[in-house]
Design a protein. Structure first.
Length: 318
């Protein structure tokens, strides 16, 4: 029989506390919390002709005080360009207002033709797409610069003449490239958005911050066929608009909006050979997720045997 140094008692363990903010609010930490994990995703950029860039995505941990309030700001998605490609808007920042605030930057707008003034893709968490044929530059990602990077660039000028299609916006996981992923029913004329990045902070594997696909540009040489915009990047990126045939009267060729609370970039509007250009789509809003670690506690006294087992199993609470 073991020698006693006090009464035998049980260990109390609480689960992790996970709080998701889909809109702005206040986080009040648990009394014993001294550090927390976070995911902060900003609003995605709006699509114009090119796809909008995804909102910046940041993950990590930061020290906090227990039982304390911290403001949370959720960035909205940027507006898409109006028909015939008036300029789109970039997404808004999301902020976790801890003692050392964590800010993710809104995604860059897609490039626009016919806007006043004509614009290239915007810089941001991830950059908006450009259009090589017209000399419209793609936006840069990870602006402002943080480490590790919060996003990637869009695709556009300067690109080889053979890759002159309208580009997609960058994603948190990858830059937009010359990829145009077909499906059994879609031949794509616009570039795909960059892929987002996964996180398991909620307990599920979720991908956030995909770039918007570029709309199909005006070039459609005979024999003409319907060409679709680029696919949205995994993680809520919107698909680019198509250029259906026939083009008279002008068909609707709007892009698809980025997904709400994933920070996806908006898809660019398609442009028919007849010169009509559809609406770019809005970027998706951002999100903040916070995980506070569970607490293991025990009161009273232990048997010597239990103490030995706890120490040898690396479970002793100092």
């Amino acid at each position: 029989m073991p020698r006693l140094i006090g009464a035998v008692q049980s260990v109390s363990t609480t689960s992790d506390t996970i709080t998701t903010f889909n809109s702005s609010g206040t986080l009040t930490t648990q009394p014993a919390t001294t550090t927390l994990e976070y995911l902060v995703v900003a609003g995605g950029g709006g699509g114009a002709l090119s796809g909008g860039g995804a909102g910046g995505m940041r993950t990590g941990s930061t020290p906090v005080s227990g039982n304390s309030p911290y403001p949370i700001t959720i960035g909205g998605g940027g507006a898409g360009g109006a028909p015939n490609n008036n300029a789109a808007a970039g997404g808004s920042n999301s902020v976790l207002g801890t003692p050392s605030p964590i800010t993710s930057a809104g995604g860059g707008r897609g490039s626009a033709i016919g806007a006043a003034p004509t614009t290239g893709g915007g810089d941001g968490g991830s950059g908006g797409g450009g259009w090589a044929e017209e000399g419209y530059t793609a936006g840069s990602g990870n602006v402002p610069s943080v480490s590790p990077p919060q996003g990637n660039p869009g695709y556009g000028h300067p690109a080889p003449p053979a890759q002159s299609f309208v580009g997609g916006g960058g994603g948190a996981g990858a830059a937009a490239t010359a990829t145009r992923t077909p499906t059994p029913t879609k031949t794509r004329g616009g570039g795909d958005g960059g892929a987002g990045a996964p996180s398991t902070i909620t307990g599920s594997d979720v991908t956030y911050a995909g770039g918007g696909g570029g709309g199909h540009g005006e070039v459609n040489s005979p024999p003409r066929a319907t060409l679709f915009g680029g696919a949205g990047g995994a993680g809520g990126g919107g698909e680019g608009g198509a250029a259906p045939i026939p083009d008279t009267p002008a068909p609707q060729t709007a892009g698809t909006a980025g997904s709400a609370n994933l920070g996806g970039g908006g898809g660019g509007g398609g442009a028919s050979p007849g010169g009509q250009r559809g609406s770019g789509a809005a970027g998706g809003s951002g999100v903040v997720v916070v995980k506070e670690p569970g607490i293991t506690s025990a009161g009273g006294f232990w048997t010597l045997r239990t103490i030995y087992r706890q120490i040898t199993n690396n479970n002793w609470i100092n």
